[in-house]
Design a protein around this ligand. Structure first.
Ligand SMILES: NC(=O)c1ccc[n+]([C@@H]2O[C@H](COP(=O)([O-])OP(=O)(O)OC[C@H]3O[C@@H](n4cnc5c(N)ncnc54)[C@H](OP(=O)(O)O)[C@@H]3O)[C@@H](O)[C@H]2O)c1
Length: 254
């Protein structure tokens, strides 16, 4: 599944998800540049430990072949002008999810707008939705070699097959089986509240989970999970460990 090609990759966001992606993709031999909102000098050494370079967002994306957005959904508005300028051949992969308690009220989502279509419209370009449906601790600790007996699968949605194929090979290199989840229009099946969301399913389980998703139930289930996590963690920033996240989400979403 890996195509062995090494890519110039920009990772925007060095939080729970972005730092793990930067570390694992640099480990796999890709040329990775990372940026956060505060400047390269504030990026922690552990993010760069496997070879990624710190940059500001504009220089990280200069000549990048793949740009990975790993920032809160509402903050994508700040970065949109730069992303809109990228040439069309650049592959943009987005890990974001909509959480009203963090992102504020984005009206269109109450009408059932698919989150990734909102992002694609904001950025005025195609994108691949990926790494959004795995908890940060699972992403950091549960990756395994290809063909391991029980390997976790990650859904990947997008409308440009070539872009999706490259991203799927990167997912494989981060230690997970990439599951082709169809088009962006169908990507509501991997949003918060869905059976495949942060439940650490295998490739074979993923197909059934995507098919079983009931769109109208996603927002309520998402919000119940947030309340449970905030009650447990006592703050709005910490992520619980994989064991708790997976138990909670399986109980609520499946
Ligand atoms: N946490 C999870 O388990 C998880 C799982 C799957 C998907 N996601 C989704 O993935 C996205 C990132 O989540 P996270 O938990 O990694 O977030 P996080 O820990 O809060 O980190 C967010 C990162 O985005 C950076 N950022 C914000 N605005 C920026 C801008 N304009 N330019 C460049 N960088 C910017 C922040 O920079 P500073 O460091 O300077 O503040 C920070 O490094 C979210 O949409 C989230 O819903 C999260």
């Amino acid at each position: 599944m890996t195509n062995n090609e090494k890519y110039r990759i920009a990772v925007l966001g060095t939080g729970h998800i972005g730092k793990t992606l930067a570390r694992s993709l640099a480990s796999a031999g890709h040329f990775v540049k990372v940026a956060n909102s505060r400047g390269p000098e504030t990026i922690a050494p552990d993010v760069l430990a496997t070879g990624a370079e710190a940059a500001d967002a504009a220089s990280a994306m200069q000549n990048a072949q793949v740009v990975i957005l790993s920032i809160p959904m509402a903050k994508l508005v700040d970065i949109a002008p730069l992303i809109r300028k990228l040439p069309q051949h650049v592959i943009v992969a987005d890990t974001s999810n909509y959480y009203p308690h963090r992102d504020g009220n984005i009206d269109t989502f109450s009408d059932g707008q698919v989150e990734s279509l909102w992002v694609a419209h904001l950025l005025n370009r195609p994108l691949v939705k990926v790494w959004n449906a795995i908890g940060s601790d699972s992403l950091a600790t549960k990756g395994t070699a290809e063909a391991t007996a029980v390997r976790i699968s990650i859904p990947v949605a997008g409308n440009i097959e070539e872009h999706k194929k490259v991203v799927m090979s990167l997912v494989n290199e981060t230690g997970f089986d990439a599951f082709d989840a169809g088009t962006l229009e169908e990507s509501w099946r991997q949003q918060p509240g869905a059976p495949c969301y942060c439940t650490d399913l295998t490739y074979n389980e993923m197909k059934l989970a995507l098919a079983a998703t009931e769109k109208s139930r996603l927002p309520a289930r998402r919000d119940i999970a947030v309340q449970a996590i905030q009650e447990r963690m006592g703050d709005k920033r910490s992520n619980p460990n994989a064991d708790y996240i997976v138990r909670l989400h399986r109980a609520l979403f499946m």
